[in-house]
Design a protein around this ligand. Structure first.
Ligand SMILES: Nc1ncnc2c1ncn2[C@@H]1O[C@H](COP(=O)(O)OP(=O)(O)OP(=O)(O)O)[C@@H](O)[C@H]1O
Ligand SMILES: [Mg+2]
Length: 322
């Protein structure tokens, strides 16, 4: 696979200006994050740009299985344990043209909960990959580790299934992501305290939403209040509803979008839905990606449509030779 690392400069085909990072998360386990990451990655690779899938589900890495790779020669463990120099040394070629894979760490006892410096090092390594698209598959939950990977990108994608438990988790996840995001950029001690408090659902001051934080922060320092307002305006995660069975399920995406705007001031972009389709688990059982094994299936068509929608603001790939 042709790609450059940051230390090789920006002049090549994967220059900084062209690169786009997509992170796929959402809080709840088993919603289809990995399935979507893999199949989106394949659809993207067909447009001719270089794509690297990175498995950051450090406790349950399994992207390689979705792609039919049983014994990946190199994994993130080699990078964490410094057996290789840089992340480009652990990018494994797949059978799919233009698609590389960074297999998640599997044999490290503490991999699921890397220490802060280890995690930031990993994030810097991933950021140094100079390819057109980097797609990060995230683990479940809303731990700081998962949130920090989620916030690495300008295309934060949430995967939700149309069940109340999953929707509930998604609200919690996205709220926590926003709180984490602002905590990282605000240095004012008093405001940091408010954000910490907000992370605790049952906090005694009743801080629940980004609006509450902005108001309280504004009382402490008007300019910080305004900065937070700006951050809220710029935070625009994307939403995919997966495992849709009815028209009502499709509409859940619109309801989530309205609720986020009304109660949290967060504008979510509902980029599409994927139908529940038996071909999905059949393809997983066969260890063959859905869009290759069942390209005509309804779920494959949904993923193709979502891919197109997602790259509409990245026209360079549409114009590259495939
Ligand atoms: N559109 C769909 N139609 C039918 N089944 C689906 C669909 N999407 C996902 N699944 C099923 O859900 C299962 C879980 O998918 P996947 O492993 O991608 O979830 P995940 O969100 O990555 O899970 P985890 O949080 O454990 O990493 C798959 O094995 C598949 O059987
Ligand atoms: Mg997964």
């Amino acid at each position: 696979m042709a790609f450059l690392s940051a230390d090789q400069g920006e002049g090549g085909e994967g220059g900084e200006g062209r690169r786009s990072i997509w992170t796929i998360g959402g809080g709840k386990g088993g919603t289809g994050k990995t399935f979507i990451a893999v199949n989106l990655g394949i659809c993207l690779s067909r447009f001719g740009g270089d794509v690297v899938l990175v498995d950051t589900d450090l406790g349950g890495a399994n992207i390689h299985t979705f792609l039919g790779l049983s014994f990946p020669p190199r994994t993130l463990s080699d990078l964490i344990k410094k057996r290789v120099e840089g992340i480009r040394d652990v990018v494994v070629d797949t059978e799919i043209p233009n698609l590389g894979l960074v297999v998640g760490a599997q044999d490290l006892l503490n991999a699921a909960n890397p220490k802060e410096p280890q995690k930031w090092k990993l994030i810097r390594h991933i950021n140094s990959l100079q390819v057109d698209y980097i797609i990060l598959d995230l683990g479940a939950g809303n731990s700081f580790n998962v949130l920090d990977f989620f916030l690495m990108s300008e295309n934060e994608i949430l995967v939700v299934t149309p069940e109340p438990t999953c929707i509930e988790n998604t609200y919690r996840f996205i709220k926590s992501a926003f709180f984490r995001k602002v905590k990282r950029i605000i240095s004012h001690f008093g405001v940091k305290e408010i954000i910490d408090m907000a992370m605790d659902q049952g906090n005694e001051r009743g801080i629940k939403t980004p609006f509450d934080i902005i108001e309280l922060a504004g009382e402490i320092d008007k300019s910080i209040g305004l900065r937070l307002e700006q951050e809220l305006e710029n935070f625009k995660p994307k939403l995919i509803v997966n495992q849709v069975r009815t028209k009502g399920d499709i509409d859940i995406g619109f309801s989530i979008r309205s609720a986020f705007l009304k109660y949290f001031g967060i504008s979510i972009d509902y980029v599409g839905y994927i139908v529940y389709d038996d071909n999905v688990w059949q393809s997983i059982k066969k260890r063959k990606p859905l869009v290759l094994e069942f390209p005509q299936s309804r779920a494959s068509q949904c993923i193709n449509e979502i891919t197109l929608k997602l790259i509409i603001d990245k026209p360079f790939l549409l114009s590259s030779e495939g």
